[in-house]
Design a protein. Structure first.
Length: 200
């Protein structure tokens, strides 16, 4: 386990949490939208962050952030615990912990082609091909799109559980609009695919 994780979990326990966990997420998305064979937009986005939960005497406390510094994770663990204690003092209705995971397991799923290994130009070309494939004499407008999401997460708790996983989702779509006089008809076809890995 990475040092920031270990340090944050220790901070939860030393601050007085009877249970706590830490989850990190790193998300990347890529999207292409074509209209009538022309690029309408291409976007790439990346976001990452983490959240800490602390459980004290039947109450929860939460803290989150985006920094990768161990000191910030430790500070968040202390803050989450302080919030949980404040909730106890405020008389927040108590909850019970059930089924706390404590084991470590490894799961692997097969992904034939990793989208990260395919260049952006090829993804744009694919969206254009989808758009052009549905063009026709009575088709007034076509739309083709490619959306991709790649999410990597890690979760660890003070009971000793740890899991990390990656989710990959790809969506392809094509939409055609036919027009005759004042009458319009629309048809859309969408294909989804996903793959994931869980590992330690």
């Amino acid at each position: 386990m990475a040092d920031p994780f270990s340090a944050a979990l220790r901070a939860l326990e030393s601050a007085g949490a009877t249970f706590g966990d830490l989850r990190t997420e790193d998300r990347r998305a890529f999207a292409v939208r074509m209209a009538n064979g022309q690029i309408e937009n291409v976007n790439e986005m990346r976001r990452s962050g983490w959240g800490v939960r602390a459980f004290v005497d039947g109450a929860w406390g939460y803290a989150s952030g985006t920094s990768g510094k161990a000191s910030d994770l430790i500070a968040a663990a202390k803050k989450a615990t302080a919030i949980a204690k404040a909730n106890v003092a405020a008389g927040v209705p108590k909850t019970k912990l059930r089924g706390i995971p404590t084991g470590k397991k490894t799961y692997r799923a097969i992904c034939r082609i990793d989208p990260a290994d395919i260049g952006g130009e090829e993804k744009v070309s694919l969206a254009r091909e989808l758009c052009n494939a549905i063009a026709g004499e009575r088709i007034a407008s076509t739309l083709g799109f490619y959306n991709e999401a790649d999410q990597r997460c890690e979760l660890a708790n003070t009971a000793g559980a740890r899991v990390a996983w990656r989710e990959v989702r790809v969506r392809l779509g094509a939409q055609a609009i036919a027009q005759e006089g004042d009458r319009q008809e629309m048809a859309i076809e969408i294909k989804d695919a996903s793959g994931g890995w869980e590992f330690i």
